[in-house]
Write a protein that binds this ligand. Structure first.
Ligand code: SF4
Ligand code: SF4
Length: 136
């Protein structure tokens, strides 16, 4: 059976120059499509990708990643903003890898563009009043 899933890979800095994704293709015959790549303020690598292939090989590939210290997060969650809590402080704007937050110049309010959100969850920890929430 063939599967195709959207996942977020969190790479610790020590793995930055290792050919991890190349091994997924070569050893497990998986195909990938990179949707987003960035580096967090803590210098952790972040890769959002669509990974497809045979279910068995997919599972082996995921095991290979986790064994090597890559943290994997499924994109089945939905991240929303609790409008009552948001203070429009702007802390989320620069850390979002998908540019899902924008400052409205006239009002100085921070707009959340839900349709751009990749549900990586980075803003949840970064938001001082905990206005960003993950829903499953
Ligand atoms: S960090 Fe939180 S409170 Fe600040 S603008 Fe973003 S969502 Fe609103
Ligand atoms: S979860 Fe937050 S940081 Fe991640 S893409 Fe969505 S809005 Fe941006």
């Amino acid at each position: 059976m063939t599967v195709s899933k959207r996942i977020v890979l969190h790479f610790p800095t020590r793995l930055a120059d290792r050919p991890i994704i190349y091994r997924l293709v070569k050893d497990y015959n998986l195909e990938f499509n990179i949707l987003k790549a960035s580096v967090t303020p803590e210098k952790e690598g972040l890769l959002v990708l669509e990974l497809s292939g045979d279910q068995e090989e997919y599972d082996k590939g995921i095991r290979y990643l986790t064994k090597n210290g890559v943290k994997i997060q499924s994109l089945s969650q939905n991240v929303i903003r609790n409008e009552e809590r948001c203070t429009h402080c702007g802390a989320c704007i620069t850390i979002c890898p998908a540019a899902a937050f924008e400052l409205e110049p006239l009002t100085r309010r921070v707009i959340f563009c839900n349709e751009r959100c990749l549900a990586c969850g980075i803003c949840i920890k970064a938001c001082p009043p905990r206005a960003m929430e993950a829903h499953f």
